[in-house]
Design a protein around this ligand. Structure first.
Ligand SMILES: *Cc1c(COP(=O)(O)O)cnc(C)c1O
Length: 409
């Protein structure tokens, strides 16, 4: 086996399809979000504005979050020193889990290294807890859920994206006595569309299925206390397992599930992805807890309102230029390009010529032919930044002779 040639072929394929990923080397400066400094491959630097971050509310530089982290760092040092079972459970982890359980109105919560791990570890482990479990999974679920469902190894049914009738059809075909779980998201982050939470819960209830929701792109940002879209819609109490991240709107790091005390106890006891890994550094747990706590307050609600207003403004401005915006009413602003080479080219030009950083989103993150730029405005994007991005997009659309007004949704 010529291993080097195989590596070359694998990487070459990505280049040919225009989807080889280049990482943009940025330095975020606290107090100046969303502005940052980009270091080019040749070492030269340029000031830029980050338009594709998932620190949706700027909590990564929030004084209360940073103060909690400084305090924990000085009090306890760097790492946790162990897995949760062997010396790695601290008062910071317990406090964070209590904060999360309270957020979602559940008896308990369990923190993982990330929401990716939380999805993968939980979904794959439920099969061991409920023998014969069939998982019904939305076709556009995140890679971490797909991986968890796949690794669990049992029966799975994929329902068409947001198609409750299809889900119902699939549920009706299976033996009523078989344990079932429906897994879906509240906001699908690439189109920014919402899952039909209430309708899915109705069907799941009718067929006696457990429900599992990924609220990764909603926590902190929706609902009066920032618990997500299910909170906003008054459906949170009906969901068995809520998954989310502490790394996006909460601006820190880590992931979790919130559920009944028994469910959490079982996952805690059986999930290798929870058991055999070092727990979060206390500093991270302290920062995440401070962020969750802050966003439960009225000040958090005010931030959510500014966030939504910024998203509406950007959509309105880009639509005003006739650009093909995908508008599903969430805080995510995808601009459809539909070709990986164009998408990369526009992104490169925005960065180099305008200091606007928006990463091209290509296959396999989105289906081929739906390549896009995905803008994530935040409360810290000011009027000047918005003005700059609108002018840049107008100029580039002109320059690249791209179609206007192909907007969907
Ligand atoms: C980002 C993402 C995750 C993973 O969250 P991390 O905490 O970054 O691992 C899970 N689900 C969805 C829908 C995501 O977009």
């Amino acid at each position: 086996m010529d291993y080097v040639a195989a590596l070359d072929r694998a990487i070459g394929r990505l280049h040919e399809e225009g989807r080889y990923r280049t990482f943009i080397d940025i330095e975020r400066r606290k107090g100046q979000f969303p502005n940052a400094v980009w270091t080019r491959p040749d070492g030269s630097q340029k000031p830029i504005t980050v338009w594709c971050g998932n620190d949706y509310l700027g909590m990564g530089q929030h004084p209360e979050v940073l103060a909690a982290m400084h305090e924990a760092l000085d009090a306890t040092g760097a790492g946790s020193g162990g897995t949760r079972n062997i010396s790695g459970t601290t008062v910071y982890h317990k406090r964070l889990e209590a904060e999360i359980a309270d957020l979602h109105g559940k008896e308990a919560a369990l923190v993982f290294s990330s929401a990716y791990i939380a999805n993968d570890a939980t979904l794959s482990t439920l099969r061991a807890i409920f023998p014969g479990l069939i998982i019904y999974s939305d076709a556009l679920n995140h890679a971490s859920m797909i991986e968890g469902v796949r690794r669990g190894g049992g029966e799975k049914r994929i329902f068409r994206h947001n198609d409750v009738a299809h889900l119902r059809e699939l549920l009706a075909k299976d033996d009523p006595a078989t344990p079932k779980l429906v897994a879906f998201e509240s906001i699908y982050s690439m189109d920014g569309d919402f899952g039909p939470i209430e309708a899915i819960l109705d069907v799941a209830e009718e067929f006696g299925a457990l429900t599992y929701i990924d609220e990764v792109h909603a926590v902190g940002m929706y609902g009066p206390r920032g618990a997500g879209v299910a909170e906003r819609d008054g459906q949170m109490h009906r969901i068995d397992i809520i998954n989310a991240t502490l790394a996006k709107a909460y601006g820190v790091f880590g992931g979790y599930i919130a559920a009944s005390a028994k469910m959490v106890d079982a996952v805690r006891s059986y999930a290798p992805g929870f058991i055999f890994t070092t727990s979060l550094p206390p500093v991270v747990a302290a920062g995440a807890a401070a962020s969750v706590r802050f966003l439960k307050t009225e000040a958090g609600q005010a931030l959510r309102e500014v966030h939504q207003a910024k998203a509406r403004t950007l959509k309105m401005r880009l639509k005003g230029l006739g650009l093909p915006i995908i508008d599903e009413g969430s805080h995510i602003v995808p601009v459809h390009v539909g070709n990986p080479i164009h998408c990369k080219m526009i992104s490169d030009m925005l960065l180099e010529n305008f200091g606007v950083y928006v990463q091209p989103i290509n296959f396999p993150t989105v289906p081929r032919g739906t390549e896009r730029l995905r803008f994530t405005p935040s409360p810290v994007h000011g009027p000047e930044e918005i003005e700059k991005v609108v002018k840049a997009m107008d100029a580039l659309w002109q320059h690249c002779a791209l179609n206007r007004a192909e907007a969907t949704a």
